[in-house]
Design a protein around this ligand. Structure first.
Ligand SMILES: C[S@@+](CC[C@H](N)C(=O)[O-])C[C@H]1O[C@@H](n2cnc3c(N)ncnc32)[C@H](O)[C@@H]1O
Length: 187
C-alpha cells in the first residue's frame, strides 16, 4: 500500500529533506508515510477529504512507523483551520483549479517564508501559475513522468528569495550526476 510509483518517487525527490511535508489530497498516503519511514522528513501531515482514505492508511500503517510523526486529517483542505505551514506542501493528482483553491484558502495565508510547493496538477495551469507569481513564487524545477498512459508534469516552486539558492544547488547537483534534482538549501 505504501509503495511509491516512479511518479511519486520523483515527487519525493523534490521534498525538502529535514523539514515537514504536507501531502494534501494524500489518498493512499504512500508519499508521506514513506518520507517518514525513510527519515527524509521529521514528520508528515496527510490530508484527504475522504474519510475512507484516511481510515485505510491508519489500518495499513506498519508497526515500525513512528505514529507520533504522522498527522492524518480527514478534511477538505480548503477548510483547514489556520496554522503555520512549513517545509514542503505536495499537491499531486488534483485538478489545477482545485489546487489553486487549496493554496488560496489554506496554504498561502499560513505559509512560512521558505515554504516549497511541489505540484502535479491536471488540466490547464495558467491560473495556478499566475496565482503563484502573485505570491512571489518562482518555478525552480519541472519534469515530466509517464504514468497511467499519461504524461504527468511535476513542478517545484520556491519563494523568489530562495529560488536563486535552489538554482545554485541544482547546478551543483547537475555537476554530480545521480543525485536528486533538488536538495537541501542552506537556509
Ligand atoms: C487522484 S488522488 C491523488 C492521490 C495522490 N496525491 C497521488 O498523487 O497519488 C486525489 C485525492 O485528493 C483528494 N482530494 C480532492 N479534493 C480534496 C480536498 N479539497 N481536500 C482534501 N483532499 C482532497 C481525493 O479524495 C483523492 O484521494
Amino acid at each position: 500500500m505504501f509503495r511509491l510509483s516512479p511518479r511519486l518517487r520523483r515527487i519525493l525527490a523534490h521534498v525538502r529533506p529535514g523539514h515537514p511535508v504536507w501531502d494534501i489530497g494524500c489518498d493512499h498516503g504512500a508519499l508521506g508515510v514513506t518520507a517518514v519511514m525513510q527519515d527524509r522528513v521529521p514528520c508528515a501531515v496527510l490530508v484527504d477529504h475522504a474519510q475512507k482514505a484516511i481510515t485505510r492508511i491508519e489500518d495499513a500503517l506498519p508497526v515500525t512507523v513512528d505514529r507520533d510523526r504522522l498527522r492524518l486529517l480527514a478534511t477538505d483542505a480548503r477548510r483547514l483551520p489556520p496554522e503555520p505551514v512549513t517545509g514542503t506542501v505536495v499537491c499531486a493528482g488534483l485538478g489545477a483549479r482545485k489546487i489553486a483553491d487549496i493554496l488560496t484558502a489554506f496554504v498561502l495565508p499560513n505559509r512560512a517564508k521558505d515554504l516549497r510547493l511541489v505540484l502535479e496538477a491536471h488540466g490547464p495551469t495558467q491560473d495556478l501559475d499566475a496565482l503563484l507569481g502573485q505570491h512571489g513564487y518562482r518555478q525552480v524545477a519541472q519534469e515530466t513522468v509517464h504514468e497511467g498512459r499519461k504524461d504527468r508534469s511535476i513542478a517545484v516552486y520556491d519563494p523568489s528569495a530562495f529560488a536563486k539558492q535552489t538554482a545554485k544547488t541544482l547546478a551543483a547537483r547537475r555537476r554530480r550526476p545521480g543525485e536528486d534534482a533538488t536538495g537541501p538549501r542552506k537556509d
